[in-house]
Design a protein around this ligand. Structure first.
Ligand code: MG
Length: 167
């Protein structure tokens, strides 16, 4: 990969609601009647950030790195997978400078859990909490999120080279 001072990545993920599952977002278990369906813990927010980092590194996507056909990732803690990709960022000579994300969910209300999510994500990424933004919005009852069929998450990540020789 051509060394450049900054790299940007975008990650998007969607998971459907399912009965009998815990709802985990940004590593926080949120009380709700249903959770999200997935091979791992289905943390849609952690997955979007993971894909944003992999996008910035041009290293494919979360499905290629942690395939859902691999029993090793059944019920996996997505924050741990995010931490592994953060280590990959470092091994490629970059550091995570900033991350921002949006969760689109009609319900439940996520504002009470925002700071806990930011804290968990910052810890997994080994960065300060001020470098992680988490926002949430409803979709005004529109689309699959609005019909409460699932939740989507969008994330952008900015990486900076550890090498001072680049400008
Ligand atoms: Mg996912």
């Amino acid at each position: 990969m051509v060394p450049v001072a900054t790299r940007i990545g975008l990650g998007i993920d969607v998971h459907a609601f399912a009965e009998g599952r815990p709802l985990i977002l940004g590593g926080v278990q949120i009380p709700h009647g249903r959770g999200l369906l997935g091979h791992s813990d289905a943390d849609v927010l952690a997955h979007a950030i993971t894909d944003a980092l992999l996008g910035a590194l041009r290293l494919g996507d979360i499905g290629a790195l942690f395939p859902d056909t691999d029993p090793a990732y059944k019920g996996a803690d997505s924050l741990e997978l995010l931490g592994r990709v953060a280590a990959l960022v470092q091994s490629q000579g970059y550091r995570v400078a900033d991350v921002d994300c949006v969760v689109m969910a009609q319900a439940p209300k996520l504002a009470p859990y925002r700071e806990a999510m930011r804290g968990n994500l910052a810890q997994a990424l080994c960065i300060d909490v001020s470098q992680v933004g988490v926002k949430a919005t409803t979709t005004e009852q529109l689309g699959f999120e609005g019909r409460e069929e699932g939740i989507s998450a969008y994330a952008v990540a900015l990486l900076q080279s550890e090498c001072d020789c680049l400008c």
